[in-house]
Ligand binder design. Structure first.
Ligand code: HPA
Ligand code: MG
Length: 171
Protein backbone atom coordinates (compact mmCIF):
# COMPACT_ATOMS: atom_id res chain seq x y z
CA UNK A 1 0.00 0.00 0.00
CA UNK A 2 1.19 3.50 -0.82
CA UNK A 3 2.53 5.61 2.01
CA UNK A 4 0.91 9.03 2.34
CA UNK A 5 3.13 11.75 3.79
CA UNK A 6 1.30 14.74 5.33
CA UNK A 7 1.74 18.01 3.44
CA UNK A 8 -1.10 20.43 4.34
CA UNK A 9 -3.16 19.92 7.49
CA UNK A 10 -6.93 20.25 7.73
CA UNK A 11 -6.38 23.26 9.99
CA UNK A 12 -4.17 25.07 7.45
CA UNK A 13 -6.69 24.34 4.69
CA UNK A 14 -9.55 25.82 6.75
CA UNK A 15 -7.55 28.95 7.55
CA UNK A 16 -6.58 29.38 3.90
CA UNK A 17 -10.19 28.89 2.72
CA UNK A 18 -11.21 31.81 4.98
CA UNK A 19 -8.45 33.99 3.53
CA UNK A 20 -9.40 33.09 -0.04
CA UNK A 21 -13.01 33.98 0.73
CA UNK A 22 -11.89 37.43 1.85
CA UNK A 23 -10.13 37.98 -1.47
CA UNK A 24 -12.96 36.52 -3.56
CA UNK A 25 -15.72 38.45 -1.77
CA UNK A 26 -13.79 41.65 -2.36
CA UNK A 27 -13.86 41.00 -6.12
CA UNK A 28 -17.40 39.50 -6.22
CA UNK A 29 -19.29 41.47 -3.54
CA UNK A 30 -22.87 40.54 -4.56
CA UNK A 31 -23.08 37.37 -6.59
CA UNK A 32 -20.88 34.67 -8.02
CA UNK A 33 -21.43 32.07 -10.67
CA UNK A 34 -19.09 29.24 -9.69
CA UNK A 35 -18.13 26.43 -11.98
CA UNK A 36 -16.42 23.66 -10.09
CA UNK A 37 -14.46 20.91 -11.73
CA UNK A 38 -15.43 17.33 -10.96
CA UNK A 39 -14.39 15.28 -9.21
CA UNK A 40 -11.41 16.62 -7.33
CA UNK A 41 -12.71 20.11 -6.48
CA UNK A 42 -15.92 18.95 -4.81
CA UNK A 43 -14.75 19.20 -1.17
CA UNK A 44 -12.83 22.43 -1.67
CA UNK A 45 -15.81 23.95 -3.46
CA UNK A 46 -18.31 22.99 -0.77
CA UNK A 47 -16.08 24.43 2.00
CA UNK A 48 -15.58 27.59 -0.06
CA UNK A 49 -19.32 27.87 -0.69
CA UNK A 50 -20.21 27.71 2.99
CA UNK A 51 -17.66 30.39 3.85
CA UNK A 52 -18.82 32.61 0.99
CA UNK A 53 -22.42 32.29 2.18
CA UNK A 54 -21.42 33.91 5.49
CA UNK A 55 -20.64 37.06 3.46
CA UNK A 56 -24.21 37.23 2.17
CA UNK A 57 -23.19 36.63 -1.42
CA UNK A 58 -25.66 35.01 -3.79
CA UNK A 59 -23.98 31.97 -5.26
CA UNK A 60 -25.06 30.00 -8.26
CA UNK A 61 -23.06 26.97 -9.24
CA UNK A 62 -22.70 24.31 -11.83
CA UNK A 63 -20.29 21.41 -12.27
CA UNK A 64 -18.16 20.47 -15.25
CA UNK A 65 -16.16 17.36 -15.93
CA UNK A 66 -13.28 17.26 -18.35
CA UNK A 67 -11.49 14.30 -19.82
CA UNK A 68 -8.00 14.50 -21.14
CA UNK A 69 -6.41 11.88 -23.29
CA UNK A 70 -2.67 11.64 -23.44
CA UNK A 71 -1.77 10.98 -27.03
CA UNK A 72 1.70 10.57 -28.44
CA UNK A 73 2.21 14.31 -28.34
CA UNK A 74 2.90 15.92 -24.98
CA UNK A 75 -0.21 18.12 -25.09
CA UNK A 76 -3.26 16.03 -24.24
CA UNK A 77 -6.56 16.38 -26.07
CA UNK A 78 -9.31 17.61 -23.76
CA UNK A 79 -13.05 17.03 -24.09
CA UNK A 80 -16.03 18.11 -21.98
CA UNK A 81 -17.61 15.06 -20.35
CA UNK A 82 -20.15 17.30 -18.56
CA UNK A 83 -20.79 20.85 -19.64
CA UNK A 84 -21.88 23.79 -17.48
CA UNK A 85 -25.28 25.49 -17.41
CA UNK A 86 -25.72 28.61 -19.50
CA UNK A 87 -22.85 31.01 -18.81
CA UNK A 88 -23.78 33.77 -21.25
CA UNK A 89 -23.02 37.25 -19.88
CA UNK A 90 -21.92 35.89 -16.52
CA UNK A 91 -18.84 36.62 -14.46
CA UNK A 92 -17.51 33.17 -13.73
CA UNK A 93 -15.30 31.80 -11.00
CA UNK A 94 -13.80 28.42 -11.89
CA UNK A 95 -13.03 26.34 -8.80
CA UNK A 96 -10.29 23.72 -9.34
CA UNK A 97 -8.45 21.33 -7.08
CA UNK A 98 -5.04 21.58 -8.70
CA UNK A 99 -3.33 23.21 -11.68
CA UNK A 100 -0.39 21.31 -13.08
CA UNK A 101 0.19 21.48 -16.84
CA UNK A 102 -2.67 23.98 -17.12
CA UNK A 103 -3.90 22.30 -20.32
CA UNK A 104 -7.37 21.30 -19.10
CA UNK A 105 -7.89 24.60 -17.32
CA UNK A 106 -6.90 26.63 -20.38
CA UNK A 107 -9.33 24.52 -22.41
CA UNK A 108 -12.11 25.21 -19.90
CA UNK A 109 -11.39 28.94 -19.73
CA UNK A 110 -11.54 29.27 -23.53
CA UNK A 111 -14.64 27.07 -23.69
CA UNK A 112 -16.54 29.29 -21.22
CA UNK A 113 -15.51 32.47 -23.02
CA UNK A 114 -16.61 30.93 -26.33
CA UNK A 115 -19.99 30.18 -24.75
CA UNK A 116 -20.36 33.85 -23.92
CA UNK A 117 -19.10 34.20 -20.33
CA UNK A 118 -18.33 37.85 -19.65
CA UNK A 119 -15.28 37.24 -17.48
CA UNK A 120 -13.59 34.11 -16.17
CA UNK A 121 -11.55 34.04 -13.00
CA UNK A 122 -9.88 31.00 -11.48
CA UNK A 123 -9.56 29.74 -7.93
CA UNK A 124 -7.43 26.67 -7.26
CA UNK A 125 -6.67 24.90 -4.01
CA UNK A 126 -3.24 23.77 -5.18
CA UNK A 127 -0.77 25.03 -7.77
CA UNK A 128 2.02 22.82 -9.07
CA UNK A 129 3.89 25.49 -11.02
CA UNK A 130 6.86 23.34 -12.01
CA UNK A 131 4.63 21.25 -14.27
CA UNK A 132 3.14 24.11 -16.29
CA UNK A 133 3.02 23.64 -20.07
CA UNK A 134 0.71 26.52 -21.01
CA UNK A 135 0.78 30.05 -19.62
CA UNK A 136 -2.18 30.16 -17.26
CA UNK A 137 -2.31 31.45 -13.70
CA UNK A 138 -5.08 31.34 -11.12
CA UNK A 139 -6.40 34.55 -9.58
CA UNK A 140 -6.75 32.87 -6.18
CA UNK A 141 -4.33 30.14 -5.07
CA UNK A 142 -4.63 28.15 -1.86
CA UNK A 143 -1.16 26.62 -1.73
CA UNK A 144 1.79 26.12 -4.03
CA UNK A 145 2.91 22.50 -3.96
CA UNK A 146 6.10 20.77 -5.08
CA UNK A 147 6.13 18.38 -8.03
CA UNK A 148 4.92 15.39 -6.02
CA UNK A 149 1.76 13.36 -6.49
CA UNK A 150 -0.66 14.89 -4.00
CA UNK A 151 -3.84 13.31 -2.68
CA UNK A 152 -6.62 13.97 -0.19
CA UNK A 153 -9.29 16.63 0.34
CA UNK A 154 -10.84 15.61 -2.99
CA UNK A 155 -7.71 14.62 -4.90
CA UNK A 156 -7.23 10.99 -5.77
CA UNK A 157 -4.73 8.43 -6.86
CA UNK A 158 -6.57 5.83 -8.97
CA UNK A 159 -9.83 6.70 -7.22
CA UNK A 160 -8.44 6.45 -3.68
CA UNK A 161 -7.68 8.95 -0.91
CA UNK A 162 -10.24 11.61 -1.92
CA UNK A 163 -11.78 11.21 1.52
CA UNK A 164 -8.68 12.28 3.49
CA UNK A 165 -9.36 15.47 5.46
CA UNK A 166 -5.89 16.85 4.66
CA UNK A 167 -3.52 16.94 1.66
CA UNK A 168 -0.62 14.54 1.57
CA UNK A 169 1.73 13.19 -1.06
CA UNK A 170 2.50 9.69 -2.14
CA UNK A 171 5.95 8.54 -1.25
N1 HPA B 1 -2.69 14.51 -7.56
C1 HPA B 1 -3.95 14.25 -7.97
N2 HPA B 1 -4.45 14.66 -9.12
C2 HPA B 1 -3.66 15.41 -9.90
C3 HPA B 1 -2.34 15.73 -9.54
C4 HPA B 1 -1.83 15.25 -8.32
O1 HPA B 1 -0.67 15.48 -7.92
N3 HPA B 1 -1.83 16.48 -10.55
C5 HPA B 1 -2.83 16.60 -11.47
N4 HPA B 1 -3.93 15.97 -11.10
MG1 MG C 1 -8.60 18.38 -11.50
Amino acid sequence: MAKIMPLISRKRISARVSELVKEISHDFPKHIFCIFVLTGAVIFFSDLLRELKKKNIEIRFSAVKLSSYKGKKSSGKVTMALDADDVKGKDILIVEDIIDTGITLEFLRKHLLKKGARTVRICTLLDKKERRKVAIEADYVGFSVPDKFVVGYGLDYNGRYRDLDHVGYIQ
